[in-house]
Design a protein around this ligand. Structure first.
Ligand SMILES: Cc1cc2nc3c(=O)[nH]c(=O)nc-3n(C[C@H](O)[C@H](O)[C@H](O)COP(=O)(O)OP(=O)(O)OC[C@H]3O[C@@H](n4cnc5c(N)ncnc54)[C@H](O)[C@@H]3O)c2cc1C
Length: 69
């Protein structure tokens, strides 16, 4: 991969819903970001950015819920 400086995802035809699976948190402790997790604006820099803010908000909400218990 010497000449490859990056990549982005694409979904197989009919499998775009898999992006939602990739984005799903694990056990409310592990949160996933990255352009491949976006239902919209995937394969782009702004999609990657949006996924980061979404994952951060999910983590913050999970922390808030756990502290309220
Ligand atoms: C040639 C090319 C042109 C593009 N042009 C555009 C464009 O014009 N406009 C646009 O919006 N988008 C463009 N994109 C897409 C955009 O660059 C990507 O969608 C975006 O960078 C994805 O961001 P990301 O954070 O999801 O992943 P990445 O930017 O791939 O970040 C993932 C990071 O994780 C690191 N990593 C991987 N494995 C591990 C590990 N095991 N441990 C620790 N770190 C690890 C990697 O080193 C990398 O730094 C282009 C992409 C390519 C390849």
């Amino acid at each position: 991969m010497e000449y490859v400086g990056g990549a982005y995802s694409y979904a197989l035809p009919g499998r775009a819903g898999a992006r939602g699976e990739l984005a799903r948190p694990f056990d409310q402790r592990l949160f996933f970001a990255g352009e491949a997790t976006q239902r919209h604006d995937f394969s782009t820099a702004h999609g990657a950015y949006q996924s980061g803010t979404r994952a951060a908000e999910e983590a913050t909400a999970a922390l808030t819920r756990s502290q309220a218990r």
